[in-house]
Write a protein that binds this ligand. Structure first.
Ligand code: PLP
Length: 345
């Protein structure tokens, strides 16, 4: 194996040693298998490809200061995958099976787990999809669960930096009562082109509004939104079309531990002007503090109709810094895990 430079890892697909697999067919799960081939044989008619009957999860494994190896809140990812599977009409993996497969993936790819001290981790990506070849639009009780992993850097290296986001006036993410609160592969397909346009303009993130009225903040394309208000309140949107982020759940508890008030409620667009700090949160980045959020009636055109500014480019506010340090400190075993979030392997 080539030597990995733990300090320059990004967040990308990676060819590790083993993928862990299980199949559900004829009313039962197969034994858990592992493969080193990194290729799956699927029928060209597979529902997973044609109709996006597919969902996934993302969670991280950390090597801690004292040498322990932990997964961060895997039972939450197991529950969210079961919920996504139910929405798609697929058989649900149990929590026990989900965690067992994740643990096996770590054990079989141990040489890709970054050592302590590099702000890096092993990202696990469980994928559940319907392999059955079928034209009809009805669920078929067969599913494949594959768990793969990739060593991942901290996005920011040692220093958190703020970035810019844009509200795209001509794109929506998710319909009310639709797929937005499930971690479905399909939810990401519509973000590729707007992300490309946004990145070309120097924006790191897309901030989507609720598609029904466009009066409220929903979430970023790859993370939840939160804002700090009045120096004492953590605010995050309550919406039917937002993914229930495990990082956001964790940050809400960290914020409460710090004595902040936590408000989970609809966040009117106008309120963006009232936050002291704003950020995105998710497993991959933990926190992306926002320098500013621009509104564009048409993403590809130059007009910016409003701009909400929080920090100078790159600068980070005190609460984003405190929250980031707390959550990563617990993950790396530097701060006591009083809530029992770290699942030892
Ligand atoms: C659309 C979206 N929202 C929020 C999140 C954050 O969820 P979590 O904190 O569970 O990673 C993600 C994934 O990281 C996401 O893709």
């Amino acid at each position: 194996m080539a030597q990995i430079d733990w300090d320059s890892l990004g967040f990308d697909a990676y060819r590790t040693r083993t993928v862990v697999l299980a199949h559900y067919r004829d009313g039962a799960w197969s034994d858990i298998q592992t493969t080193e081939t990194f290729s799956l044989t699927i029928d060209p008619f597979t529902q997973g490809l044609h109709y996006a009957i597919s969902c996934f999860e993302g969670l991280k494994v950390f090597r801690q200061k004292d040498g322990s190896i932990i997964m961060f809140r895997p039972e939450k990812n197991a529950a969210r995958m079961a919920r996504s599977a139910r929405f798609l009409g697929l058989p649900e993996p149990s929590e026990e099976m989900f965690i067992k497969m994740c643990e096996l993936c770590v054990k079989n790819n141990m040489e890709f787990l970054p050592p302590y001290g590099h702000q890096a981790s092993l990202y696990l990506r469980p994928l559940l999809f319907a392999p059955h070849p079928q034209m009809q639009l009805v669920p078929y009780p067969e599913v494949t669960l594959a768990v793969m992993c990739a060593p991942a850097g901290s996005y920011y290296g040692a220093h958190l930096r703020s970035a810019a986001a844009v509200i795209p006036g001509d794109y929506d993410r998710a319909a009310p009562k639709g797929t937005g609160s499930y971690k479905l592969s399909a939810n990401y397909a519509g973000t590729f082109v707007p992300y490309k346009i946004a990145h070309e303009q120097g924006y790191a993130e897309l901030l989507y509004l609720n598609s029904a009225t466009r009066q409220f903040v929903d979430e970023f394309g790859s993370s939840n939104f939160f804002g700090i208000k009045g120096g004492n309140t953590y605010v995050t949107p309550l919406s039917d079309s937002v993914l229930p982020s495990i990082t956001n759940m964790t940050l809400q508890e960290c914020a409460a531990d710090f004595g902040l008030k936590v408000e989970k409620r609809p966040v009117p667009l106008e309120e963006l002007a009232e936050f002291d700090e704003a950020g995105g949160c998710g497993t991959a980045v933990v926190i992306t503090p926002m320098s500013h959020i621009d509104m564009k009636p048409v993403l590809a055109e130059p007009t910016v109709s409003r701009s909400f500014r929080y920090e100078e480019d790159g600068a980070v506010g005190p609460w984003c810094t405190k929250l980031y340090k707390r959550i990563t400190g617990i993950q790396f075993g530097e701060i006591e895990d009083i809530h029992g979030w770290c699942h030892k392997i």
